[in-house]
Design a binder for this molecule. Sequence first.
Ligand code: AHM
Ligand code: MG
Length: 289
Amino acid sequence: MTVSDPVVESVIATISRSATEIRQGLIGRRGTVDEENPSGETQVEADVWADELLGDRLAAIDGVGQYASEERAEVEDCGGDPAMADVYAVAVDPLDGSSNLKSNNAMGTIFGVYDAALPARGETLVAAGYILYGPITTMVLATEDSVTEYELTGGERTVVQRDVRLPDEPVVYGFGGRVPDWPDDFQEYAREIEQELKLRYGGAMIGDVNQVLTYGGIFGYPGLESRPEGKLRLQFEGNPIGYIVERAGGRSSDGERSLLAVDPDDLHDRTPVHVGNEELIDRLEDLIA
Ligand code: AHM
Ligand code: MG
């Protein structure tokens, strides 16, 4: 995949080069620190460390005007207005699913490159991607015209699949939250889906979404009775993942509309997140509308 904008290319290169180092640095950083992130979740040592590493490197790129992360309260001004030509804002979830570090299961890093000041609509993304720290470290990168999967080793990026597309026949599903906390309409939808598809849920959205991209299906973290806005964050999780899945031929939804069309009020806004095959998301919207 070619990215014509040198700033966007530099952001992607910086994150993909940092990934091997982040993976290595997880060792010895599995414990929690005595702090909460802006969403009120206890931070793991690795969350804070990965945020600082990525924040320092991305802010140093000429043309990155803003850096924001799930782990810090405010947008960092890096000396440029993303409304200007060739200036971008980068939003990062440095370690998605970091509670999986304790049990040594898959995790990810998510990023979105916005051509607008944060918080911004997903429609202003020009690229988005994620790193999956699985048995192999991979990166899935979406730009305007395509989605590509890479393997990452020692700072190198090797294409393993061009034009990643969701398979037509869905196979897997994974839904977050506890069943009694799901609204009735979502419970009904889930009962239908579990008759049709195979459960794959790993507790890190990136691992679960990568299963959906590989096998076809749906990943969802719905609004809950106890928290109607759900758990996942629009700027750092919903938008980038929505962008990737839509570019791969699927759909994203907050239950009513594409995640990319949701207007944010606040940098750390939460949203229900549903991504997957078009037909499954259409049915979900019909059922819970
Ligand atoms: P995090 O970014 O703070 O790690 O939280 C997000 C994670 C997602 O990766 C995952 O889908 C969800 O939280 C899992 O939540 P739960 O433990 O409620 O299933
Ligand atoms: Mg996350």
